[in-house]
Design a protein around this ligand. Structure first.
Ligand SMILES: Nc1nc2c(ncn2[C@@H]2O[C@H](COP(=O)(O)OP(=O)(O)O)[C@@H](O)[C@H]2O)c(=O)[nH]1
Ligand SMILES: [Mg+2]
Length: 460
């Protein structure tokens, strides 16, 4: 992607009303924008700015009329977010004030920034790598403190440093291997030398393998852990969703078959972001709308990370519920809850006899919900990959690149360990280094960059 040379501007705060709104400008024309838009509060003189100091002034439109009283912050490059000259104008937090100041900046020569373009510039200007740029987006979207911590670590460069050290070590090995290519006549190719190289590649492969194991957890932290509430109609699935997310997301009635569409909401379980999916009750549908709802419920049950089978304490288990409970026991990623525990124990004993460990809850009183959230957290953290240290792989893109690098390191180790074909081994080492460079975004094609940065909000 080309080095940017123009000047961009955007409102960096969310749309709507608030205390303040911030218009951000970046690029070589930022000082020109400042001169055109900012005035002293009294008089028509330009507002004097000094680096990293805040000034009070007025923002004026192209016709010289005062738009708003503002604070201005001048951050000349390269010590700025984008490494370019950056101007921030803090105005009052209404749409008219922010749009007015933005309009004045555009009239003064800036162009409207695309989503994520400030961060793209920070990347293109070498201030952060692609893993860090992605982490900016994920920091903004983090739903729990634990998710925030993981993404802050990525943003601070914890993963980038590890990847950089792998690259450094691969580079040193490559130099040793290539020395044999350059001077093949010097036959000092002692067998020990190759063994040492193979051992070091083995150690690298182990470290990369351990990093790959963090992906399950990293993805859970980034995307959330999806849990589907399933069960027959009227057991209280929608009531549970509402209770768990703390708002009336789904309609609750005493009529079976009320819920048709999938309805979701977010909560957290011991720091894990959890997305709860409410579904239509599983039964023979009475009409085409309900039939589609049941189909969606079945799909959600099959695709969710975990399933909560909801039964109720007001009656004994139905045959269909028993069948579903057995299915869940086999799958291993589920919890059976007996809702309406305020009415009594219900089928708790029967479920225990089936080898399950049911959780009694009441959507009405809130009883048992902390225990249910603990079980969800344990499922999210358990499985093959537990919490992944301080800098987990959080995206499929990361996983794929580390896997490519690992495969090349393994091939290089095999080839060089046999003391044969150093040129083939060298090309594998090059391939490993290339995969790691791509992980950090160097040499990444424009369309991949576009795809990543288009997920950002405007002004970031
Ligand atoms: N006693 C009692 N009734 C509940 C509880 N949870 C839900 N209900 C009632 O059960 C009925 C069905 O609830 P709903 O959430 O719509 O069930 P769904 O069809 O599974 O989504 C409603 O009348 C709720 O008020 C509970 O914990 N205790
Ligand atoms: Mg419902």
């Amino acid at each position: 992607m080309e080095h940017p040379t123009d000047t961009i501007a955007a409102v960096a705060t969310p749309p709507g009303t608030g205390g303040i709104a911030i218009v951000r400008v970046s690029g070589p024309g930022s000082s020109q924008v400042a001169r055109a838009v900012l005035r002293r509060r009294t008089g028509a003189e330009p507002l004097p700015l000094s680096p990293r100091a805040v000034r009070v002034g007025s923002a004026v439109g192209p016709d010289g009329r005062v738009l708003d009283e503002v604070l201005a912050l001048w951050m000349p490059g390269p010590a700025s977010y984008t490494r370019e000259d950056v101007l921030e104008i803090h105005c009052h937090g209404g749409p008219a004030a922010a749009q007015g100041v933005l309009g004045a900046a555009l009239a003064a020569g800036a162009r409207l920034a695309r989503p994520g373009e400030f961060t793209l510039r920070a990347f293109l200007n070498g201030r952060i790598d692609l893993v860090q740029a992605e982490a900016v987006l994920d920091v903004i979207q983090a739903r729990t403190q634990e998710a925030l911590r993981a993404h802050e670590a990525l943003l601070a460069g914890a993963l980038s440093e590890e990847v950089g050290s792998w690259q450094h070590r691969l580079g040193r090995l490559l130099a040793r291997v290539e020395a044999h290519l350059d001077f093949p006549e010097e036959e000092d190719v002692g067998s020990e030398d190759w063994e040492a190289i193979r051992d070091e590649l083995g150690e690298l492969a182990r470290e990369m393998g351990r990093k790959l194991e963090t992906f399950g957890w990293g993805r859970t932290i980034r995307e959330g852990y999806t849990v589907a509430l399933v069960g027959v109609p009227n057991v209280g699935k929608s009531s549970l969703l509402n209770r768990l997310v703390g708002e009336e997301r789904a309609i609750v009635t005493e009529l079976p078959g009320t819920t048709r569409d999938l309805i979701d909401g977010w909560t957290q379980a011991a720091g894990v972001p959890v997305r709860i999916l409410d579904t239509a009750g599983l039964r023979a549908a009475r009409d085409p709308v309900e039939a589609e709802g049941v189909r969606r419920a079945e799909r959600a049950r099959d695709e969710a990370d975990a399933v909560i089978l909801v039964c109720e304490a007001g009656r004994e288990l139905l045959p269909g519920e028993e069948e579903e409970a057995r299915r869940l026991a086999q799958r291993g990623t589920g919890v059976v809850v007996v809702n309406k525990a305020d009415l009594g124990p219900g089928p708790l004993e029967r479920l225990r006899a089936l080898g399950l460990d049911p959780v009694p809850v009441s959507a009405r009183t809130g009883q048992g919900l902390p225990a249910l959230l603990d079980r969800i957290a344990a499922l999210a953290r358990g499985g093959a990959s537990g919490p992944g240290g301080e800098a987990p792989l959080t995206r499929e893109r990361h996983r794929a690149k580390v896997e490519d690098a690992l495969a090349a390191v393994r091939r290089a180790g095999e080839i060089l360990g046999r003391a044969g074909m150093p040129e083939v081994g060298a090309s594998e080492l090059h391939a490993a280094r290339r995969a790691l460079a791509e992980l950090l975004g160097w040499g990444t094609p424009d369309d991949v960059l576009d795809q990543i940065f288009s997920q950002f909000c405007i002004g970031k």
